[in-house]
Design a protein around this ligand. Structure first.
Ligand code: GDP
Ligand code: ZN
Length: 539
């Protein structure tokens, strides 16, 4: 989409509910006129029609159609094409608190503006050629970033890193296609096709698309984050680790194996990845051994997790009780269906400090082992299958379950007599099942960095330290890039099979279209709708 002219002028409150200042933004051909109707600049004594100059700030009174003052405001004018949308943009900076901005917006609507739809300012910026589609998506990712690393990555995408890379791939693909088509049309006049050279160029394109695809796992983790469950028998230090990792006092730590039916959540950041920690609190003192060990709780939390940390006590080494919890985690049937009560007879010794942090995780004997948000996966293909499985919702059987990666944590290292005692003596099946084995001390903080690195590694990210600030593709972009790569793969295959040139061109054309979807050159209205509907209003 190259040219686009919008007849109407849109308006929205573009700031959040808190803060001392709120901003109403207008964009469109009537933005200036609407401002003239609603704004009385200070010191405009001789009744001249006020005409804002671009990139100037004006002070004055905002008023409704009857001339009642609504607020004292600053007006910022950014006239076309030197604005975000490349249209005339007027910003009204009102007092914060919500009421002033709401009245300012009402005044603008009364003067002829229309309420902006989600993402409509950015949509106009895209349609007017100010941003490509990948940059527009990066704007949304920047607004929604939960960690500094996620913001860095979004910024790299917003300043055009991804867009430029894909545009270059697309233009090289286009050149390749032009050459192939020239062969078809004017076969006799040109030297014979240098298949070797074409193959090389195709292979190079395949590599570049693959390299872009390789960023998708990091992109996904930066935006959706990870669910990490801490499981283990009572008193091994789950809550202490949750507090140490999140730097909060979410979970109450106690010497007494306690009672609660809830799972405590806390947020943490591990190498830039937002992580939600789930602590399976203790269990009733009454009941059978399985119940006392909290096997059911551990299962439930593990079922909601992308990664499971199984904690045991390094001072005691691996015990029979740890084995019972371990077996309970992976067995097909929950070993005990006994539910603990909301408040046990012994009171809640193991509870969250904040009510909002408590959530119930359903006991999941019938739930399959699917990551809560699909954040972990070794390949896109696997991811696709998994999300498909999710949609189909087949009754799970043991064979269909896929357990999340397990990390063993020998805690209380500060009290243990050396490493050998901490990590020795693990049963074979436990060693085999776990991705990594780490020793920590929740008390001193020892080993916590190793643990964070192991979690990020288990999530499928080797390291964020190299190029961690670069752009990363989102799910939509990865899906289009995957199609591009498949098309290039097919073209390469046709070449290798010695098929006629027009066979290759079909696939190269497909690749071209798929690449164009990433930057929006070839994006359908459907795609645009889907992208911009996820934006917040005012962006
Ligand atoms: P949970 O039942 O598994 O959640 O265990 P808690 O976190 O409640 O800890 C049980 C007890 O072990 C508490 O007294 C903690 O202070 C203590 N504890 C936990 N981790 C450590 C550790 O790394 N070192 C030491 N010395 N004590 C710990
Ligand atoms: Zn605990």
């Amino acid at each position: 989409p190259s040219i686009s002219y919008h007849e109407d002028t849109i308006a929205a409150i573009v700031t959040g509910p808190q803060g001392a200042v709120s901003i109403v933004r207008l964009s469109g051909p009537e933005a200036v006129q609407i401002a003239q109707h609603t704004f009385q600049p200070s010191g405009n004594r001789n009744d001249h029609m006020w005409r804002p100059r671009s990139h100037r700030v004006y002070h004055g009174l905002l008023q409704d159609s009857e001339g009642h003052a609504l607020d004292e405001v600053l007006v910022l004018a950014m006239l076309a094409p030197r604005s975000y949308t490349r249209e005339d943009v007027i910003e009204l900076h009102t007092h914060g608190g919500g009421v002033c901005a709401a009245r300012a917006l009402q005044a603008c609507l009364a003067a002829g503006a229309r309420r902006a739809r989600p993402g409509e300012f950015t949509l106009r910026a895209f349609l007017n050629g100010r941003l490509d589609l990948s940059q527009a998506e990066a704007v949304a990712a920047l607004v929604n970033a939960r960690t500094a690393e996620a913001a860095d990555s979004a910024l790299a995408g917003m300043t055009g890193g991804l867009g430029a890379a894909v545009a270059a791939m697309r233009s090289d693909t286009l050149n390749l296609l032009a050459e192939l088509e020239a062969r078809i049309d004017f076969d006799e006049d040109l030297p014979p096709v240098d298949v070797q050279l074409l193959r090389q160029r195709l292979a190079e394109l395949q590599d570049r698309v693959s390299a872009a695809l390789d960023t998708s796992q990091r992109g996904k983790l930066l935006s959706t984050g990870l669910q990490v469950a801490l499981v283990g028998r009572p008193n091994v230090g789950k809550s202490s680790l949750l507090n140490a990792l999140s730097g909060s006092e979410r979970a109450i730590v106690t010497d007494i194996p306690g009672t609660t039916r809830d799972i405590v959540e806390a947020g943490a950041v591990m190498q830039g990845i937002p992580v939600n920690l789930l602590d399976t609190a203790g269990v009733r003192e009454a009941g059978d051994l399985v119940e006392r060990l909290g096997v059911q709780r551990s299962r439930a939390a593990a079922q909601a997790a992308d990664i499971v940390l199984m904690i045991y006590d390094a001072t005691r080494g691996w015990t029979e009780e740890d084995s019972i919890v371990f077996e309970g985690l992976w067995s097909a049937q929950a070993p005990s269906e006994v539910r603990s009560e909301a408040t046990g007879p012994n009171g809640m010794t193991h509870a969250s400090t904040g009510a909002e942090s408590i959530s119930e995780v359903p006991d999941g004997a019938s739930t399959s082992w699917l990551p809560a948000n699909g954040a972990v996966g070794d390949s896109l293909e696997e991811e696709k299958q998994r999300s498909l499985a999710h949609r189909v919702r087949e009754p799970s059987s043991v064979s269909q379950r896929q357990a999340p990666p397990l990390i063993l944590v020998a805690n209380k290292l500060d009290l243990a007599q050396g490493e050998a005692h901490a990590q020795g003596g693990l049963p074979d099946e436990v060693s085999r099942a776990c991705r990594a084995s780490i020793s920590t001390s929740a008390a001193s903080g020892a080993g916590l960095d190793d643990l964070r690195a192991a979690v990020v590694d288990a999530a499928g990210l080797p390291s964020l330290s190299t190029g961690g600030r670069g752009w990363a593709v989102n799910e939509r972009q990865a899906e289009a890039l995957l199609r591009a790569r498949e098309a290039l793969d097919r073209a390469a295959q046709s070449m290798a099979d010695g098929l006629p040139v027009d066979f290759w061109t079909i696939d190269v054309k497909d690749a071209l279209l798929a690449l164009g979807e990433v930057t929006g050159t070839d994006a359908s209205e459907d795609v645009l709708d889907r992208v911009f509907s996820t934006f917040c209003i005012g962006k």
